[in-house]
Design a protein around this ligand. Structure first.
Ligand SMILES: Cc1cc2nc3c(=O)[nH]c(=O)nc-3n(C[C@H](O)[C@H](O)[C@H](O)COP(=O)(O)OP(=O)(O)OC[C@H]3O[C@@H](n4cnc5c(N)ncnc54)[C@H](O)[C@@H]3O)c2cc1C
Length: 471
């Protein structure tokens, strides 16, 4: 007799066999054991749907549910943590609320904002929220530095987006200025309007240059790490951390360039700028947040000033040798006046840094009256140095010539701002010796920039291109 015939004759009961298997699972706690064993594994969530059309389940749903259960079973076998609870929901907010509650997450209602109304903003709370071991980004208790490190890329990204916004608004303001006539002329002919456009071009270009320098330097650092090495991600993290000062500079320069461009763009539109029908009113509200989030610009100035001093004192940046080099000789010999000015500004920031290290040490972070002008000197020098190198790296031709006209304005503005801030610091700290040294240098330099001429040249190029033209 074959096995099949024997089974048939013994009246095999599928139902009994099923019960036996179920009893086995129940008595040995098989399902709970499988959950306990995989509790720390990567979770797998199977989003079923759509829900029962009538809102009420019936026997017909069992076939589909059993078939669909193959997928969670498969992932359990693959070692994932799959809770597998049979049930149904109404896919509505009450269910989401229950889920949030059980996960330890809660939020408040979205807040009404001054601008960026297209995004929803609310506070999220995580209380006793369970995180699977496989989702941990480091050791328990080390989350703070990881969260702060996220802010650095956020800051240079904000530098890039605000810079793009500034160029966009500049172009739209220009369109308006060409169209609008007053006193029988296009308003683009008026000197005060041209002045605004020249400043817009220079500030956008400065922000653009700082962004390229920062992201290029990060890229270069990362390209030197082997992506297959064990410490790849830690290495990337370290490089991002090493660019914390640059990230803050990107954020401040970009957000303040955009603020200027939008404010003056609205002014160029006159009354129309104040009318909701025109998009400038929205831009005016939307740009305001950029000086607040990702660390307010005050906090970022604290980071710039504080970190420069801290990293110098701890010799994390090789500034001591540079200071030694410039203690006596502040001026360099060259036929290139721009290079001489850039190097004078370098001497200025190095000697002011040295003075503040000796005067305050790390305690400077508690004296914001000094920290702020010092941070502004750091920002200005970063702009001057970066823009000079960018200009130098360009191939000869019309783009380089156009860029030079903007660089002249940038150099004049930031040289003036750095000298002014150095004076403010030295008056306060009563360092008359260094003040005298600066004045002597300025006399020797005999640098007489002509910002009005530079701006006229810039605007000529801008009007010829009819849009931002330095990309
Ligand atoms: C629309 C929107 C979206 C946001 N999105 C996020 C987000 O996705 N994630 C997130 O984590 N946060 C987010 N935030 C929060 C945002 O990062 C903070 O609002 C911002 O960092 C400022 O903090 P605060 O509001 O507590 O201001 P406060 O810290 O109370 O600052 C108030 C004022 O005091 C100044 N100040 C504070 N401390 C100092 C100091 N030591 N020295 C000098 N001046 C100081 C500030 O510069 C500011 O001018 C968002 C905020 C808004 C409005």
């Amino acid at each position: 007799m074959t096995t099949e015939n024997k089974l048939a004759n013994e009246s095999f009961s599928f139902v009994d066999a099923e019960h036996k298997i179920l009893d086995f699972w129940k008595n040995n706690n098989v399902f709970q054991e499988s959950l306990a064993q995989t509790e720390d594994c990567k979770p797998y969530i199977f989003y079923d749907g759509p829900p029962f059309a009538t809102g009420l389940p019936h026997h017909g749903h069992l076939v589909a549910s059993t078939l669909k259960d193959i997928i969670p079973r498969y992932y359990t076998m693959k070692g994932y943590y799959v809770q597998r609870r049979f049930g149904w929901d109404c896919h509505g907010l009450p269910i989401e609320h229950e889920i949030d509650k059980s996960l330890g997450m809660s939020s408040q209602q979205a807040v009404e904002k001054l601008g960026i109304k297209g995004s929803s903003t609310t506070t999220l709370f995580f209380e006793n929220c369970k995180v699977p071991v496989s989702n941990m980004l480091g050791k328990v208790g080390d989350g703070g530095p990881i969260a702060f490190n996220i802010l650095y890329p956020g800051r240079y990204k904000l530098g890039v987006t605000t810079c793009a916004g500034a160029k966009y608004i500049l172009n739209r303001s220009l369109d308006f200025a060409f169209e609008r006539e007053q006193f029988s002329r296009s308003i683009s002919n008026f000197g005060m309007i041209k002045n605004k456009f020249a400043n817009m071009v220079a500030m956008s270009w400065e922000s653009d240059s700082i962004n390229y320098m920062t992201t290029g330097s990060i890229d270069e650092g990362i390209s030197k790490i082997n992506p297959k090495s064990k410490g790849y991600y830690a290495g990337v993290q370290k490089i991002i951390e090493d660019h914390s000062i640059e990230a803050s500079i990107c954020k401040i320069v970009g957000s303040e360039a955009l603020a200027y461009v939008v404010d003056e763009g609205l002014q160029i539109m006159g009354g129309a700028g104040f009318i909701e029908e025109y998009p400038m009113a929205g831009a005016y509200r939307d740009e305001r947040i950029n000086r607040i989030f990702e660390g307010t610009n005050e906090i970022n100035r604290m980071i710039i000033g504080g970190y420069i001093l801290k990293k110098s004192i701890l010799e994390e940046i090789p500034i001591r040798l540079a200071i030694q080099d410039r203690l006596e000789d502040w001026l360099v010999d060259s036929k290139d006046i721009d290079f001489i000015i850039v190097e004078f500004c370098r001497s200025l920031i190095l000697n002011i840094s040295n003075h503040l290290i000796l005067e305050y040490g790390q305690d400077l972070k508690n004296n914001q009256w000094i920290l702020e002008p010092f941070a502004d000197m750091g920002i200005s020098f970063c702009i001057i140095d970066t823009c000079y190198k960018r200009f130098q790296a360009l191939e000869d031709g019309s783009h380089k010539n156009n860029t030079y006209k903007v660089f002249q304005l940038t150099l004049a503005n930031h040289y003036s701002s750095m000298s002014n801030n150095a004076g403010i610091i030295l008056n306060y700290t009563k360092n008359s010796q260094m003040k005298k040294k600066i004045n002597d240098c300025i006399k020797k330099l005999n640098y007489c920039p002509n910002p009005i001429k530079y701006k006229q040249n810039i605007v000529k190029d801008l009007y010829k291109h009819k849009k931002y033209y330095l990309d």
